[in-house]
Design a protein around this ligand. Structure first.
Ligand code: DGY
Length: 319
Protein backbone atom coordinates (compact mmCIF):
# COMPACT_ATOMS: atom_id res chain seq x y z
CA UNK A 1 0.00 0.00 0.00
CA UNK A 2 0.98 3.65 -0.37
CA UNK A 3 3.32 4.82 2.42
CA UNK A 4 1.82 6.66 5.36
CA UNK A 5 3.64 9.87 4.45
CA UNK A 6 1.53 11.86 2.05
CA UNK A 7 2.93 12.51 -1.41
CA UNK A 8 2.68 16.01 -2.88
CA UNK A 9 0.97 15.91 -6.23
CA UNK A 10 0.30 18.59 -8.81
CA UNK A 11 -2.79 18.44 -10.99
CA UNK A 12 -1.80 20.45 -14.02
CA UNK A 13 -4.04 21.78 -16.80
CA UNK A 14 -7.72 22.69 -17.25
CA UNK A 15 -9.74 21.72 -14.16
CA UNK A 16 -11.09 18.17 -14.05
CA UNK A 17 -12.84 17.54 -10.71
CA UNK A 18 -12.90 13.80 -11.32
CA UNK A 19 -9.10 13.78 -11.14
CA UNK A 20 -8.96 15.97 -8.07
CA UNK A 21 -11.30 13.57 -6.27
CA UNK A 22 -9.27 10.54 -7.30
CA UNK A 23 -6.35 11.20 -5.00
CA UNK A 24 -8.17 11.58 -1.68
CA UNK A 25 -6.16 9.80 1.00
CA UNK A 26 -2.54 9.40 0.13
CA UNK A 27 -1.70 12.59 -1.69
CA UNK A 28 -1.57 16.29 -0.89
CA UNK A 29 -3.07 17.79 -4.01
CA UNK A 30 -2.00 21.13 -5.48
CA UNK A 31 -3.53 22.48 -8.66
CA UNK A 32 -2.30 24.72 -11.45
CA UNK A 33 -4.47 25.29 -14.48
CA UNK A 34 -1.84 27.32 -16.32
CA UNK A 35 1.87 27.87 -16.39
CA UNK A 36 1.28 31.14 -14.51
CA UNK A 37 -0.47 29.22 -11.70
CA UNK A 38 2.46 26.83 -11.53
CA UNK A 39 4.91 29.70 -11.18
CA UNK A 40 2.76 31.25 -8.44
CA UNK A 41 3.06 28.15 -6.23
CA UNK A 42 5.65 28.85 -3.54
CA UNK A 43 9.13 27.41 -4.09
CA UNK A 44 8.61 25.36 -0.90
CA UNK A 45 5.60 23.63 -2.46
CA UNK A 46 7.21 23.15 -5.86
CA UNK A 47 10.19 21.55 -4.08
CA UNK A 48 7.92 18.91 -2.57
CA UNK A 49 5.97 17.88 -5.64
CA UNK A 50 6.86 14.33 -6.72
CA UNK A 51 4.05 13.53 -9.16
CA UNK A 52 2.08 15.42 -11.80
CA UNK A 53 -1.33 14.46 -13.15
CA UNK A 54 -1.80 16.22 -16.48
CA UNK A 55 -5.48 16.80 -17.15
CA UNK A 56 -5.51 17.57 -20.85
CA UNK A 57 -3.34 17.73 -23.96
CA UNK A 58 -3.65 21.53 -23.91
CA UNK A 59 -1.43 21.73 -20.79
CA UNK A 60 2.12 22.48 -21.92
CA UNK A 61 4.42 20.21 -19.96
CA UNK A 62 7.58 21.58 -21.47
CA UNK A 63 11.10 21.87 -20.17
CA UNK A 64 10.36 25.20 -18.49
CA UNK A 65 7.45 23.80 -16.48
CA UNK A 66 9.27 20.60 -15.60
CA UNK A 67 12.27 22.63 -14.46
CA UNK A 68 10.08 24.21 -11.76
CA UNK A 69 9.73 20.80 -10.08
CA UNK A 70 13.13 19.52 -8.91
CA UNK A 71 11.84 16.44 -7.07
CA UNK A 72 9.52 15.22 -9.79
CA UNK A 73 9.43 11.45 -10.39
CA UNK A 74 6.39 10.81 -12.58
CA UNK A 75 4.27 12.73 -15.09
CA UNK A 76 0.96 10.92 -15.57
CA UNK A 77 -0.54 12.40 -18.70
CA UNK A 78 -4.12 12.27 -19.90
CA UNK A 79 -4.56 11.08 -23.49
CA UNK A 80 -2.70 8.61 -25.64
CA UNK A 81 -0.89 11.43 -27.48
CA UNK A 82 1.80 13.07 -25.40
CA UNK A 83 3.30 15.59 -27.79
CA UNK A 84 2.48 18.25 -25.16
CA UNK A 85 5.02 16.66 -22.79
CA UNK A 86 8.77 17.11 -23.29
CA UNK A 87 9.40 13.39 -22.83
CA UNK A 88 13.00 13.68 -23.97
CA UNK A 89 13.87 16.18 -21.26
CA UNK A 90 11.89 14.11 -18.75
CA UNK A 91 13.96 11.04 -19.68
CA UNK A 92 17.17 13.03 -19.16
CA UNK A 93 16.01 13.73 -15.62
CA UNK A 94 14.79 10.15 -15.08
CA UNK A 95 11.22 11.38 -14.79
CA UNK A 96 8.81 8.68 -15.95
CA UNK A 97 6.04 9.76 -18.35
CA UNK A 98 2.84 7.73 -18.66
CA UNK A 99 -0.09 8.14 -21.06
CA UNK A 100 -3.54 6.53 -21.40
CA UNK A 101 -3.41 4.08 -24.34
CA UNK A 102 -5.80 1.17 -25.06
CA UNK A 103 -8.81 2.46 -23.12
CA UNK A 104 -9.62 4.87 -25.98
CA UNK A 105 -8.57 2.85 -29.02
CA UNK A 106 -11.99 1.68 -30.21
CA UNK A 107 -13.62 5.01 -29.39
CA UNK A 108 -11.22 7.04 -31.53
CA UNK A 109 -11.48 4.48 -34.35
CA UNK A 110 -15.29 4.84 -34.22
CA UNK A 111 -14.99 8.59 -34.58
CA UNK A 112 -12.57 8.21 -37.50
CA UNK A 113 -14.95 5.85 -39.27
CA UNK A 114 -18.00 7.97 -38.47
CA UNK A 115 -16.23 11.09 -39.68
CA UNK A 116 -15.28 9.38 -42.94
CA UNK A 117 -18.85 8.28 -43.63
CA UNK A 118 -20.29 11.62 -42.51
CA UNK A 119 -17.94 13.44 -44.87
CA UNK A 120 -18.57 11.15 -47.83
CA UNK A 121 -22.35 10.92 -47.41
CA UNK A 122 -22.81 14.54 -46.24
CA UNK A 123 -24.84 13.85 -43.09
CA UNK A 124 -24.50 17.45 -41.88
CA UNK A 125 -26.07 18.80 -45.07
CA UNK A 126 -28.78 16.12 -44.88
CA UNK A 127 -29.63 17.09 -41.30
CA UNK A 128 -29.99 20.75 -42.34
CA UNK A 129 -32.22 19.69 -45.23
CA UNK A 130 -34.64 17.98 -42.85
CA UNK A 131 -34.66 20.76 -40.23
CA UNK A 132 -35.20 23.50 -42.79
CA UNK A 133 -38.29 21.79 -44.20
CA UNK A 134 -36.74 21.35 -47.66
CA UNK A 135 -37.68 17.65 -47.65
CA UNK A 136 -41.28 18.62 -48.37
CA UNK A 137 -40.39 20.71 -51.39
CA UNK A 138 -37.12 19.58 -52.98
CA UNK A 139 -35.47 16.34 -54.00
CA UNK A 140 -32.48 15.54 -51.87
CA UNK A 141 -29.23 15.92 -53.88
CA UNK A 142 -27.28 12.65 -54.08
CA UNK A 143 -23.90 12.61 -52.36
CA UNK A 144 -20.91 12.54 -54.67
CA UNK A 145 -18.95 10.50 -52.17
CA UNK A 146 -19.54 6.90 -51.12
CA UNK A 147 -17.65 4.39 -49.03
CA UNK A 148 -18.34 1.75 -51.68
CA UNK A 149 -15.71 2.77 -54.19
CA UNK A 150 -12.99 3.99 -51.83
CA UNK A 151 -9.44 2.84 -51.27
CA UNK A 152 -8.03 4.02 -47.95
CA UNK A 153 -4.44 4.76 -47.00
CA UNK A 154 -3.98 4.87 -43.25
CA UNK A 155 -1.17 7.18 -42.14
CA UNK A 156 0.11 5.46 -38.97
CA UNK A 157 -0.60 1.83 -38.03
CA UNK A 158 -0.47 1.78 -34.24
CA UNK A 159 -3.29 0.54 -32.03
CA UNK A 160 -5.84 3.05 -33.31
CA UNK A 161 -4.73 2.68 -36.94
CA UNK A 162 -5.29 -1.07 -36.66
CA UNK A 163 -8.73 -0.53 -35.11
CA UNK A 164 -9.64 1.75 -38.03
CA UNK A 165 -8.36 -0.88 -40.48
CA UNK A 166 -10.57 -3.55 -38.85
CA UNK A 167 -13.61 -1.31 -39.35
CA UNK A 168 -12.69 -0.73 -42.99
CA UNK A 169 -12.21 -4.50 -43.48
CA UNK A 170 -15.73 -5.05 -42.15
CA UNK A 171 -17.00 -2.44 -44.61
CA UNK A 172 -15.18 -4.20 -47.47
CA UNK A 173 -12.97 -1.17 -48.13
CA UNK A 174 -9.40 -1.95 -49.31
CA UNK A 175 -6.69 -0.70 -46.92
CA UNK A 176 -3.01 0.13 -47.34
CA UNK A 177 -0.81 2.08 -44.94
CA UNK A 178 2.18 4.35 -44.53
CA UNK A 179 4.61 4.22 -41.64
CA UNK A 180 8.38 4.65 -41.64
CA UNK A 181 8.94 0.94 -41.08
CA UNK A 182 6.49 -1.87 -41.87
CA UNK A 183 4.42 -3.08 -38.92
CA UNK A 184 4.75 -6.71 -37.81
CA UNK A 185 1.14 -6.64 -36.63
CA UNK A 186 -0.62 -6.30 -39.99
CA UNK A 187 -0.50 -7.74 -43.49
CA UNK A 188 -1.83 -4.73 -45.45
CA UNK A 189 0.41 -3.34 -48.19
CA UNK A 190 3.00 -0.98 -46.70
CA UNK A 191 4.18 2.23 -48.39
CA UNK A 192 7.41 3.69 -47.02
CA UNK A 193 6.68 6.84 -49.05
CA UNK A 194 3.58 8.89 -48.21
CA UNK A 195 3.34 10.55 -51.63
CA UNK A 196 3.46 7.18 -53.39
CA UNK A 197 0.65 5.97 -51.16
CA UNK A 198 -1.42 9.12 -51.73
CA UNK A 199 -1.15 8.49 -55.48
CA UNK A 200 -2.38 4.91 -55.05
CA UNK A 201 -5.46 5.70 -52.89
CA UNK A 202 -8.27 8.28 -52.82
CA UNK A 203 -8.70 8.55 -49.06
CA UNK A 204 -6.19 9.29 -46.31
CA UNK A 205 -6.96 8.63 -42.66
CA UNK A 206 -4.36 10.18 -40.39
CA UNK A 207 -3.57 8.61 -37.01
CA UNK A 208 0.14 9.19 -36.30
CA UNK A 209 1.44 10.79 -33.10
CA UNK A 210 1.95 14.56 -33.13
CA UNK A 211 5.32 16.21 -32.53
CA UNK A 212 8.32 17.29 -34.57
CA UNK A 213 8.73 14.09 -36.59
CA UNK A 214 5.21 14.28 -38.08
CA UNK A 215 4.83 18.06 -38.28
CA UNK A 216 3.01 19.04 -41.51
CA UNK A 217 3.75 15.65 -43.08
CA UNK A 218 0.44 15.90 -44.97
CA UNK A 219 1.50 18.85 -47.11
CA UNK A 220 0.52 20.39 -50.47
CA UNK A 221 2.40 17.71 -52.39
CA UNK A 222 0.62 14.87 -50.60
CA UNK A 223 -2.78 16.49 -51.17
CA UNK A 224 -2.00 16.96 -54.85
CA UNK A 225 -1.02 13.30 -55.10
CA UNK A 226 -4.32 12.33 -53.45
CA UNK A 227 -6.15 14.04 -56.30
CA UNK A 228 -9.60 15.48 -57.05
CA UNK A 229 -11.54 12.51 -55.58
CA UNK A 230 -9.43 12.79 -52.49
CA UNK A 231 -10.83 12.78 -48.97
CA UNK A 232 -8.72 13.49 -45.89
CA UNK A 233 -9.74 12.40 -42.39
CA UNK A 234 -7.60 13.57 -39.47
CA UNK A 235 -8.19 12.28 -35.93
CA UNK A 236 -4.53 12.56 -34.84
CA UNK A 237 -3.16 16.05 -34.25
CA UNK A 238 -3.74 19.22 -36.25
CA UNK A 239 0.02 19.71 -36.49
CA UNK A 240 0.32 16.67 -38.78
CA UNK A 241 -1.49 18.48 -41.60
CA UNK A 242 -0.30 21.71 -43.26
CA UNK A 243 -3.57 23.55 -42.61
CA UNK A 244 -2.93 26.40 -45.06
CA UNK A 245 -2.19 23.86 -47.82
CA UNK A 246 -5.37 21.94 -46.90
CA UNK A 247 -7.54 25.06 -47.08
CA UNK A 248 -6.07 25.82 -50.49
CA UNK A 249 -6.55 22.23 -51.72
CA UNK A 250 -10.20 22.19 -50.60
CA UNK A 251 -10.88 25.60 -52.15
CA UNK A 252 -9.34 24.81 -55.49
CA UNK A 253 -10.73 21.28 -55.87
CA UNK A 254 -7.29 19.69 -55.58
CA UNK A 255 -9.08 17.31 -53.19
CA UNK A 256 -12.82 16.69 -52.72
CA UNK A 257 -13.47 16.94 -48.99
CA UNK A 258 -12.10 16.63 -45.45
CA UNK A 259 -13.32 15.40 -42.07
CA UNK A 260 -11.34 16.97 -39.24
CA UNK A 261 -11.45 16.28 -35.51
CA UNK A 262 -8.21 18.11 -34.76
CA UNK A 263 -6.68 21.48 -35.67
CA UNK A 264 -3.29 23.13 -35.43
CA UNK A 265 -4.30 25.90 -32.98
CA UNK A 266 -7.26 24.47 -31.05
CA UNK A 267 -9.78 25.73 -30.11
CA UNK A 268 -9.21 28.05 -33.07
CA UNK A 269 -10.21 26.75 -36.48
CA UNK A 270 -9.25 28.59 -39.68
CA UNK A 271 -12.18 30.85 -40.65
CA UNK A 272 -12.05 29.67 -44.24
CA UNK A 273 -12.74 26.06 -43.20
CA UNK A 274 -15.86 27.22 -41.35
CA UNK A 275 -17.34 28.62 -44.55
CA UNK A 276 -16.76 25.49 -46.65
CA UNK A 277 -19.48 22.96 -47.43
CA UNK A 278 -17.07 20.12 -48.21
CA UNK A 279 -15.65 19.79 -44.70
CA UNK A 280 -16.95 18.29 -41.47
CA UNK A 281 -15.48 19.91 -38.36
CA UNK A 282 -15.48 18.29 -34.91
CA UNK A 283 -14.10 19.79 -31.65
CA UNK A 284 -11.45 17.10 -30.89
CA UNK A 285 -13.96 14.52 -29.65
CA UNK A 286 -12.17 11.29 -30.62
CA UNK A 287 -12.16 9.97 -27.06
CA UNK A 288 -14.78 12.34 -25.65
CA UNK A 289 -17.51 10.03 -24.34
CA UNK A 290 -18.29 9.73 -20.64
CA UNK A 291 -17.29 6.06 -20.47
CA UNK A 292 -13.95 6.52 -22.24
CA UNK A 293 -12.98 9.77 -20.51
CA UNK A 294 -13.69 8.12 -17.15
CA UNK A 295 -11.42 5.23 -18.11
CA UNK A 296 -8.69 7.69 -19.16
CA UNK A 297 -9.00 9.65 -15.89
CA UNK A 298 -8.80 6.40 -13.93
CA UNK A 299 -5.63 5.38 -15.76
CA UNK A 300 -4.03 8.76 -14.96
CA UNK A 301 -4.82 8.09 -11.29
CA UNK A 302 -3.78 4.42 -11.38
CA UNK A 303 -0.37 5.18 -12.87
CA UNK A 304 0.41 7.59 -10.03
CA UNK A 305 -0.96 5.26 -7.36
CA UNK A 306 1.04 2.32 -8.72
CA UNK A 307 4.29 4.26 -8.75
CA UNK A 308 3.89 5.79 -5.31
CA UNK A 309 3.02 2.43 -3.78
CA UNK A 310 6.29 1.03 -5.06
CA UNK A 311 5.06 -0.71 -8.21
CA UNK A 312 5.89 -0.19 -11.87
CA UNK A 313 3.77 2.41 -13.66
CA UNK A 314 1.08 0.73 -15.77
CA UNK A 315 1.53 2.50 -19.09
CA UNK A 316 4.89 4.27 -19.41
CA UNK A 317 5.70 5.80 -22.79
CA UNK A 318 8.82 4.69 -24.62
CA UNK A 319 11.31 7.50 -25.20
C1 DGY B 1 -5.53 11.72 -27.01
O1 DGY B 1 -5.79 10.77 -26.28
O2 DGY B 1 -4.40 11.93 -27.44
C2 DGY B 1 -6.67 12.61 -27.36
O3 DGY B 1 -6.35 13.43 -28.41
C3 DGY B 1 -7.13 13.39 -26.16
O4 DGY B 1 -6.09 14.10 -25.60
Amino acid sequence: SISSEKIDLLIYGPARPILENGFSDHFVVHTAETRGDLERLTPAIREKIRGVAVTDHTARVDKDSLSQLPKLELVSSFGVGYDHVDAKYAAERNIIVTNTPDVLTEEVADVAMGLLICTLREFIKADRYVRSGLWQTQNYPLSVGSLRDRKVGIVGMGRIGQAIARRLDASLVPVVYHTRNPSKDVSYKHYPDLIEMAKAVDTLMVIVPGGASTNKMVNAEVLKALGPRGVLVNVARGSVVDEAALVQALKSGTILAAGLDVFAAEPNVPDELKTMQNVVLLPHIGSASVVTRNAMNQLVIDNLKAWFSGKAPLTPVAE
